[in-house]
Design a protein around this ligand. Structure first.
Ligand code: AMP
Ligand code: GLY
Length: 438
């Protein structure tokens, strides 16, 4: 009897459950806390344990004789969940708190990258407002202002004017917006270019790059409005040629993982590089210590190998012996969110059309959903990730949108331009994929 405990309750975690559910080696999947999608999924069972309840998660892992813990979100990793599981001998897919600092402290991440000469935006870190504001005055262009700590994806202000940048600095360092997370602020050169997400499985030594994704962070079409967790993604990014992924592997991923291993903190899990493809080449915008959401919804359907074996390989330092194969298809995920997202939370609303979306050929991954009297309700935030595969990106995208059209709930919102924006002539090259760069 093999039991996996998945930690988290979003679209990423439903996708993990779906993918693990295809493994012939997995008998039972426990999800803490899960959502309506995981409650209804085969071999899945939701636990009433929050993703932040480390003691509760450790208890559950012991009580249920869990064989592998797969951690979705960053906060429990930064709080030491993988270390706590290691202490009781349960293999865990997700890095130690030491490694998770790369996401939990942007200030630390910048120092780490600069020491290794990994290409990233120029920056300076401040704890006091006056020197930060004085530094702003010296800069030739308006920088990006970042709360150093974890701020649920909301701690980055891409300012358009010096006044906006100064206001963001004051909000964080004087008014205490973001609390502890904003006590330290990174003031960073604004980079221009195309953003891609390059994720890799790592066992601390070997790594395997996934096909690269493109996320859509802003709430409205044309990248307008506030940043969100991500409103849709497609894989593979046509910008991610074999040459580019080779460069990213050699100049960014390999040095990062080697430095962590040399420090005695091998990285086990998924490492996520948010990159800006600038005219001078790829530069790191951020490192995340986990799978992306909604990138996971669009990348895992392309994994042809057994996710359980890949995760166990990462957790136990034996990824080198695991086959990791990707299909040559494309995949698009369109997120449907509730009214008011990302600022206001909505009242629960029943969802209809889920079966019809499946008939259209879609996979529907749940995020903010729950069962109310046995009926699936939208409960706010990002609600669903409607996903489809296709032989080409346009085919996957149009199929995903057919699924979106079939689904209704009060106040639902989605972007219309996921995977649909024309690409510059220069990138219309044959699609390439991630591979087994070890
Ligand atoms: P981060 O959490 O650091 O990735 O920032 C969130 C988002 O802000 C990124 O996905 C980018 O869209 C944007 N961003 C962050 N840093 C920069 C930068 N240096 N230049 C331009 N945009 C940025
Ligand atoms: N989609 C961006 C993230 O997961 O951080």
């Amino acid at each position: 009897m093999t039991t996996v405990l998945v930690v988290g309750g979003g679209g990423r975690e439903h996708t993990l459950c779906w993918s693990l559910g295809k493994s012939s080696r997995v008998d039972r999947i426990l999800v803490a806390p899960g959502n309506a999608g995981t409650a209804l999924a085969e071999r899945c069972e939701n636990l009433e344990v929050g993703a932040g309840d480390l003691a509760g998660l450790v208890d559950a892992a012991r009580r249920e004789s869990v064989d592998l813990v797969a951690v979705g979100p960053e906060a429990p990793l930064a709080a030491g969940l993988a270390d706590a599981m290691e202490a009781i001998g349960v293999p865990t897919f997700g890095p130690s708190a030491d490694c998770a600092r790369l996401e939990a402290s942007k200030a630390y991440c910048k120092t780490f990258l600069n020491e290794l000469s990994v290409p990233t935006a120029a920056s300076a870190t401040f704890r006091e407002p006056e020197p930060a504001l004085a530094y702003l005055d010296q800069l030739p262009s308006v920088p990006v202002i970042k709360a150093s700590g974890l701020a649920a994806g909301k701690g980055v202000v891409v300012a358009e004017t010096p006044a906006e940048a100064a206001a963001a600095i004051r909000a964080m360092l004087v008014d205490g917006r973001f609390g502890e997370a904003g006590r330290e602020v990174v003031v960073e050169e604004r980079l221009r270019g195309t953003e891609i997400s390059v994720l890799a499985f790592s066992d601390g030594n070997d790594f395997v790059v996934m096909p690269a994704a493109q996320d859509h962070k802003r709430i409205f079409d044309g990248d307008r409005g506030p940043n969100t967790g991500g409103m849709g993604a497609f894989v593979p990014s046509p910008f991610a040629t074999g040459g580019l992924i080779g460069e990213v592997s050699n100049r960014i991923i390999r040095p990062t993982l080697d430095a962590l291993a040399a420090a005695g903190t091998p990285y086990r899990g998924v490492i996520y590089f948010g990159l800006m493809l600038t005219e001078e080449g790829p530069r790191v915008l951020e490192i995340n210590c986990r799978l992306g959401d909604p990138e996971t919804q669009a990348v895992l359907p392309l994994l042809e190998s057994d996710l359980f074996e890949v995760m166990l390989g990462c957790a136990t330092g034996s990824l080198g012996g695991v086959q990791v194969e990707w299909s040559g298809s494309a995949c698009t995920t369109v997120v449907m969110s509730s009214a008011g997202y990302p600022t206001v939370s909505a009242k629960p609303a029943p969802i209809s059309g889920l079966k019809e979306a499946v008939i259209e050929g879609c996979l529907v991954f749940h995020a903010g959903t729950s069962l109310v009297d046995g009926v699936i309700h939208a409960t706010g935030g990002r609600v669903l990730g409607v996903t489809a595969l296709g032989n080409t990106l346009p085919e996957a995208t149009e199929r995903a949108y057919a699924g979106v059209e079939a689904i209704t709930f009060e106040g639902s919102h989605h972007r219309l331009d996921i995977g649909r924006r024309p690409l510059p002539e220069s990138v219309r090259v044959p699609l390439s994929h991630g591979g087994s760069i070890r």
